[in-house]
Design a protein around this ligand. Structure first.
Ligand SMILES: Nc1ncnc2c1ncn2[C@@H]1O[C@H](COP(=O)(O)OP(=O)(O)OP(=O)(O)O)[C@@H](O)[C@H]1O
Length: 445
């Protein structure tokens, strides 16, 4: 047996064209998946985690070619295709993106997908047994009795009973439907299962049962899994390794234990911080992941996470409290977007005695953006005060210009390279690049 991965994804992209006008001309693209790569070893579970809109589902459907990838390579070495080597022109015979229709049909036997909502993937007029057995029939098993025997056995292995064969989808709970979906995914004896948020729609207690079932089935059927979730606690429960995805890119990948114990990318830290802890006094957490994932049609320059990052780098010559720095940049961005309306802030301030003054508005702005009432660095404080004064004078444009001239971050200018933290643990954050350059042995590589 070689140690070649079951699945090897390289520089995978899925860009959706954006068209406008009467000629339906392409004016841009939503870069939902923008150059991701990972391997999955035989018997391994790789988690793909990120908030809603990071591109996880698009990545899954591009890997399995439910959607045509824009670029990249997806080498599948499962189901008898192992041991193949590259052709002389550099292409790989197992590259799914180049498969013919016949090869694709065989591939879909060896790589199955499970979705979040099992209800929508069953025909309500078909018994669940027939729905599972249909897969065998489509792929050439003509013996009806044999099909039934295989499916009855599988229903038992996923925790249902052989008698359930003749029942209809509406007779089952959400958790039971997901068990049936697992039986259907397993019936063709695949080597790889891609599970897209398979437990997100279920109650927490049922989630635990299904995760434990997936764990058992993985061992019994010697499966590899790509497990997609937005939930770090689910990932911890089931995955050997985890890849963290943000706005179409993988920003960190590593063994689950290591990533949870020592996250290297601020986005991973923020996701981990959002896991509820049983102890409300726990000091774990506290990183607020404000806002939502920006649109992939116009991703932020440099590091795509810089607009929300709590560790966003301060430029040379600036040394202020990090949370003030985040607040100042948020303030800068909101002013630039024309979203800071001092008059409505003034109207909403409640003052016990007398009218609302400009000082009240100044204080309220700092509170809203979580900026200290006085920044230690006099130059930064001066610029901030100037900008606020310009806003108060109604000159929003001048305020925006001043803030964007003075408050910049290297994170918006440089795309971070990958840093290797240990043989299997990598992340892409600019903060690590200087450490990497000065690390012992860096020059020897
Ligand atoms: N057909 C499409 N055309 C244009 N943009 C799309 C299309 N499908 C998805 N997108 C965009 O691609 C981005 C990634 O979407 P995707 O569904 O893959 O993310 P996700 O991480 O799986 O989130 P969710 O869990 O909410 O599905 C989103 O910004 C989404 O709006």
């Amino acid at each position: 047996m070689t140690d070649e991965p079951i699945l090897s994804v390289r520089d995978l992209k899925k860009h959706y064209p954006i068209r406008k006008g009467i000629f339906n001309r392409q004016v841009g693209a939503a870069k939902a998946v923008d150059g991701i790569g990972f391997d999955i070893a035989p018997g391994e579970t790789l988690g793909l985690v990120g908030e809603s809109g990071c591109g996880k589902s698009t990545a899954a459907s591009s890997v399995i070619r439910l959607e045509e990838p824009t670029a990249g390579e997806v080498v599948f070495n499962g189901n008898g295709r192992g041991g193949a080597s590259r052709d002389s022109d550099g292409t790989h015979p197992n590259d799914v993106t180049e498969f013919s229709d016949a090869e694709l049909k065989r591939f879909r036997r060896g790589a199955q997908m499970i979705f979040q909502d099992p209800a929508s993937s069953f025909d309500p007029r078909m018994t669940v047994g027939s729905a599972v057995a249909e897969m065998l029939e489509v792929h050439g098993m003509s013996d009806r009795h044999r099909r039934r025997a295989i499916v009855e056995d599988l229903l038992e292995r996923v925790g249902l009973s052989a008698e359930d064969y003749d029942r209809y989808p509406h007779e089952f709970s959400g958790g039971q439907k997901q068990r049936i979906a697992l039986a259907r995914a397993l019936v063709l004896n695949p080597d790889l299962i891609i599970a897209d948020e398979p437990v997100s729609a279920l109650d927490v207690s049922i989630q635990a049962e299904i995760l434990s079932l997936i764990d058992d089935l993985q061992t019994d059927f010697d499966l590899s899994l790509l497990f997609i979730s937005h939930d770090m606690s689910v990932i911890r429960r089931i995955c050997d390794r985890v890849a963290v995805m943000y706005l179409g890119e993988i920003v960190e990948v590593g063994p689950t234990d290591e990533v949870f114990a020592d996250p290297q990318h601020p986005y991973t830290e923020a996701l981990l911080s959002s896991i509820p802890t049983p102890n409300p006094r726990s000091t774990v957490g506290g990183i607020e992941l404000a806002g939502t994932v920006p649109s992939p049609t116009n991703p932020p320059s440099g590091c795509r996470f810089h607009t929300r990052c709590h560790r966003v780098i301060q430029p040379d010559g600036v040394d202020v409290d990090q949370s003030d720095w985040r607040g100042i940049l948020n303030f800068r961005d909101r002013v630039a977007a024309g979203q800071v309306d001092v008059e409505s802030i003034r109207e909403n301030i409640v003052v016990d005695d007398g009218p609302t003054s400009d000082d009240h508005v100044r204080a309220q702005l700092r509170t809203e953006f979580d900026i200290d009432e006085r920044i230690g660095d006099p130059e930064i404080e001066g610029t901030l005060q100037d900008a606020i004064d310009r806003l108060l004078a109604g000159d929003d444009e001048a305020a925006a210009e001043l803030l964007s001239d003075r408050f910049t971050t290297p994170c918006a200018e440089t795309v971070p390279e990958r840093t290797v933290h240990s043989p299997d643990h990598e992340s892409s954050c600019l903060r690590h690049e200087s450490e990497q350059a000065t690390a012992p042995g860096a020059a020897d590589d």
